[in-house]
Design a protein around this ligand. Structure first.
Ligand code: PEP
Length: 249
């Protein structure tokens, strides 16, 4: 019922030459039943959208400003990202929360702006290592979900990504039972906040050191509707096997 999504987050990596990494993915994408999304740095958005045009592989952005236009030097608005060819926007990534001081309410405003521009927000939540060790991971993530997800969203056009901060780029991955517990927790919160049917339809991705070796088991966990992949999305030789694992069941 919820179609899997495998999303790549290139972060601040990639120049025009990097677009050749798309070619093997495009060559194979006709066989994919999962949705595939790649979020390059904004400098590559139109070029990537052009290169992927007609392939079914989608292009996303990594952040946006909550306002549609104005005096915000260096920022990009959701309508601009739509104009550049994006269909999704990653919001509230832990690197933005820690390096740019982004709060839940700012993420909420950005998510509303993204939806108004006709794009799908991917709202990232996740606890730090200290919060997990203190036994408050479920509470921290619950607060982030309650405060970052806009009221009355279109459930088909909003995605939540659970990304434990301590698992991002570290090679560390929570146990499958911890992933299952957190995804069930987020699902039940969404049902409570948005309603039974809407909360059931919102996709919840797992992110944090996903690779070809662990993707299959992580994607098999209940309520894991896909993956948000950082480092392993940069090269087709790493990203394609993850997509294939998603196709494998
Ligand atoms: C990310 O930054 O969203 C991420 C999941 O990174 P990595 O896959 O490298 O842990």
């Amino acid at each position: 019922m919820r179609r899997r999504l495998i999303a790549g987050n290139w972060k601040m990596n990639g120049v025009r030459d990097s677009l050749t990494e798309l070619d093997p993915i495009v060559a194979e994408c006709e066989t994919f039943t999962s949705e595939v999304l790649i979020c390059p740095p904004a400098t590559l958005l139109p070029l990537m959208a052009n290169r992927l045009s007609g392939s079914g592989v989608m292009v996303g952005a990594q952040d946006c400003h909550p306002n549609p236009a104005g005096t915000h030097t260096g920022d990009l608005s959701a309508p601009m990202l739509a104009d550049a060819g994006a269909s999704h926007v990653i919001l509230g990534h832990s690197e933005r929360r820690t390096q740019h001081g982004e709060t839940d309410s700012l993420v909420n405003a950005k998510a509303s702006a993204t939806a108004r521009a006709g794009l799908v927000p991917i709202i990232c939540v996740g606890e730090t290592r200290g919060e997990r060790e203190a036994g408050i991971a479920l509470d921290i993530v619950a607060g982030q979900v309650r405060n970052s997800v806009p009221a009355e969203p279109d459930p088909e056009a909003l995605i939540v990504a659970y990304e434990p901060v301590w698992a991002i780029g570290t090679g560390l991955v929570p146990s499958l039972s911890d992933i299952a517990e957190m995804h069930a927790h987020i699902r039940s919160l969404l049902r409570k906040e948005i309603g039974e049917s809407g909360g059931h339809r919102i996709r919840i991705l797992y992110g944090g050191s996903v690779n070809a070796g662990n993707a299959h088991e992580i994607l098999s966990v209940a309520n894991v509707d896909g993956g948000l992949v950082g480092g392993a999305s940069l090269k087709a030789r790493d990203f394609l096997p993850i997509i294939r694992q998603s196709e494998a069941g």
